[in-house]
Design a protein. Structure first.
Length: 82
């Protein structure tokens, strides 16, 4: 990615560290798989909080990255509920 100028951190809080760990493990492979020329993402977990840090070269790419990660976490949450 060329010079990144925009960044955001998404925080997802869960009822327990075990749930957060399951969610983080289910989406972790995507962190390296969906990066492009304009956006990178990293995933971390601290107790019951999952964090996704997104860095992008422009606002459009940042918004796309945010939408992607919110959707991925929502799907992981719904899948865990079944």
């Amino acid at each position: 990615m060329t010079s990144a100028r925009h960044a955001t951190t998404l925080r997802f809080s869960y009822a327990s560290p075990d749930i957060a760990q399951r969610i983080a493990e289910s989406v972790r492979p995507e962190a390296g798989a969906i990066e492009g020329d304009r956006t990178t993402a990293s995933l971390s977990r601290d107790g019951s909080v999952v964090r996704v840090e997104i860095v992008a070269s422009d606002l459009t790419a940042l918004r796309a990255g945010q939408n992607t990660w919110v959707t991925l976490l929502e799907v992981a949450e719904r899948t865990g509920d079944t």
